[in-house]
Write a protein that binds this ligand. Structure first.
Ligand code: MF3
Ligand code: CO
Ligand code: CO
Length: 308
């Protein structure tokens, strides 16, 4: 039930992948999205993504580490003159042939847009998220690029993204990217069993706005596990001590999208690409985490990272 047949690569057999619960759009806050009419959610246990066994934890750790390895691998290829389509090709080949994973975005459908045609998302400058790699998009010095990778290994997802500064970055671009990464880390810092979702959003919003930036509201983090986009919705703004109470073993992403100008966004006619309405810069960083008794285990941590 609720299965969709996804043709993956030529090397893989057709594979049945479950659709997100409730008809999808878990990165999208349905009420805010003009074109989206989400289906009613089916009853389903558990209500949030949670790892319940050592085996599941191990698989989430593996998926997370492999997703992180894609971002580690691609860095040296992000140079002026390369196209985002070439970056997609390199990542696709690595994901499928080197680490034996399925690229979750490829043919992914949110129930509204046509299937996503590529294996990663590449979002340049004023593109907020879900940019589609293209042979016409040639990177130039000064661009900022988010690469968002989601892999499936042994049925479990790892979802992570980071900003790349191409060539010589401008002062604003560098500061926006850095502050957005700080927002991610502050959000992660608010995670522990007993804390609440609103604590995460509040930490992110407070920092972004203190720096004169704005928080995108239409897209949010999400529960993740066997399902790509699950409950809960992890908003990147909010009030402390509000929302769902976090429990050990919950697995979700935190993926703040922070704008240099106003927070408002629009979706291009391709139905995927999200851009800032004012065409000012936007940045995003994302990790998949697991709630522990004392904090968060960052499942998609890269070796270069020293998490606070
Ligand atoms: N990786 C994105 C996220 O963080 C989702 C991308 S879905 C795609 O949730 F279809 F656009 F690739
Ligand atoms: Co995500
Ligand atoms: Co992602």
């Amino acid at each position: 039930m609720n299965l969709e047949i996804r043709p993956e690569t030529a090397k893989r057999p057709l594979e049945a992948v479950p659709l997100p619960p409730g008809g999808a759009l878990y990165t999208i806050i349905p009420s805010k999205l003009e074109h989206a009419v989400p289906a009613p959610r089916r009853s389903r246990i558990p209500m949030v993504a949670r790892v319940q066994s050592e085996d599941e934890i191990a698989r989430m750790r593996t998926a997370g580490r492999l997703a992180a390895s894609v971002l580690e691998m691609i860095g040296e290829h992000v140079v002026p003159g390369v196209t985002t389509d070439r970056l997609d090709e390199i990542c696709h080949a690595y994901i499928v042939d080197e680490i034996g994973c399925i690229p979750a975005p490829l043919n992914y459908t949110n129930g509204v847009a046509p299937p996503f045609p590529k294996s990663i998302c590449t979002s340049v400058n004023h593109v907020v998220c879900h940019g589609i790699p293209s042979a016409r998009k040639v990177l130039k010095s000064g661009d900022i690029l988010n690469i968002d990778v989601t892999v499936i290994k042994d049925g479990y997802h790892g979802d992570t993204s980071k900003m790349f500064l191409v060539g010589e970055p401008g002062v604003l671009a560098e500061r926006l990217s850095r502050v957005t990464q700080e927002c991610l880390y502050l959000g992660i810092g608010a995670v522990r069993a007993g804390a609440r979702l609103g604590d995460i959003g509040h930490a992110i919003q407070t920092h972004a706005e203190s720096q004169g930036f704005s928080v995108v509201r239409e897209f949010c983090g999400h529960g993740i596990g066997r399902t790509f986009h699950d409950e809960p919705q992890v908003l990147h703004y909010g009030k402390p001590d509000s929302g769902m109470v976090l429990e050990e073993g919950m697995t979700f992403t935190i993926e703040p999208m922070i704008n240099a100008g106003k927070r408002h966004v629009k979706i291009l006619p391709d139905q995927w690409t999200v851009v800032t309405k004012d065409h000012k810069l936007s940045a995003q960083w994302e990790h998949t985490i697991m709630v522990t008794g004392t904090g968060a285990e960052v499942l998609t941590r890269r070796t270069e990272e020293t998490l606070p």
